[in-house]
Design a protein around this ligand. Structure first.
Ligand code: C5P
Length: 300
């Protein structure tokens, strides 16, 4: 049966500022999104034309394979619009930690949209896929093209940064629990925000390759909320900083802590010296245009 394999890259936010609460319950953001090299692998297989349903499997126990899975919902959304999509099988090889602030679910949904677009020759543009994707989750539009982009609105209004980030290396350190994004946003109004990120400074730092300016400009407002809910995170962030990281901050709504270091060797070193059983520790780099070119592989 014809199939396609798609890499579903995760994301981080180099800056994340929350500008206010919206009437629809979401929050208006100003964020600098960045794709990372850690990905889930999504295999989409055209099924038996007699069978109507979507079948989803995942190699990780504990992740729902039913209609509440965002990858399932992405397929359902396209199936409703394009009746030629019948009897689809989706297999997920999960590598992005769950409930970690790395947009694992949104990445899978975006990969399903991209993959089905190719597998069934639907000829939808990235913009059209983005509009559909925004109905599934605020990060799905960015995950369709995860390089470096400014996100506004709920995060779905994107302007790509003309020169993407240079290769940055980091260690993703995720403690053995997840957090609810909704809870983190809700709790934000109850904490005092002291320092806001500086998007303009981060962009200037990227462009001029000024690491000092770049790191000084990064920041994530949601840290205030998640650290207040899980105070131990603050201590762990300090521990990671003491191991030689150039900058430590939280990914998305957390609880993953990101340790930025100078190169891959330093990343491996930090990873092996941070001795925490049951944590998920991943050395990753920022995504490149080359990564995105090779993300869809047809297997007819
Ligand atoms: O869009 P997504 O489903 O990923 O968002 C998960 C939850 O995070 C939302 O239900 C909402 O509570 C919160 N959120 C928000 N403002 C955003 C993005 C997410 O309040 N811009």
């Amino acid at each position: 049966m014809p199939k396609i394999i798609c890499k579903a890259y995760g994301k981080i936010n180099l800056t994340l500022d929350v500008l206010g609460k919206r009437p629809d319950g979401y929050h208006d953001l100003l964020t600098l999104f960045q794709g990372i090299s850690l990905y889930d692998e999504i295999t989409l297989t055209k099924g038996d034309s007699e069978a109507e349903e979507i079948v989803l499997t995942c190699d990780l126990a504990g992740l729902s394979t039913g209609p509440d899975n965002l990858a399932y919902q992405a397929a359902y959304l396209l199936k409703e619009k394009f009746p030629q999509i019948v009897g689809l099988r989706i297999d997920i090889r999960k590598r992005i930690p769950l409930a970690a602030g790395l947009a694992g679910g949104s990445a899978d949904a975006a990969a399903v949209l991209l993959g089905l677009n190719r597998l069934y020759n639907l000829d939808l543009s990235l913009e059209e896929l983005g509009k559909l994707g925004a109905r599934l989750g605020s990060d799905v539009p960015f995950c369709l093209h995860p390089l470096t982009a400014i996100g506004e609105g709920r995060g779905e209004l994107l302007s790509e940064v003309s020169s993407p980030s240079p290769e940055l290396w980091l260690v993703l350190c995720k403690p053995p629990f997840g957090v609810s994004t909704k809870e983190v946003y809700q709790h934000l109004s109850q904490v005092q925000v002291t320092k806001r990120p500086d998007l303009a400074g981060a962009l200037a730092g990227l462009q001029s390759r000024n690491r000092k300016l770049f790191y000084a400009s990064l920041g994530n407002i949601l840290e205030n909320s998640t650290f207040d809910l899980y105070p131990q995170l603050q201590t762990w962030a300090q521990e990671i900083e003491a191991l030689g990281a150039e900058k430590v901050m939280m990914a998305g709504s957390g609880p993953t802590l990101m340790a930025f270091v100078e190169n891959k060797k330093e990343a491996e070193k930090l990873k092996s010296s941070f001795k925490k059983p049951n944590w998920s520790l991943e050395v990753v780099r920022t995504t490149t245009c080359e990564d995105l070119k090779g993300r869809l592989i047809a297997d007819e």
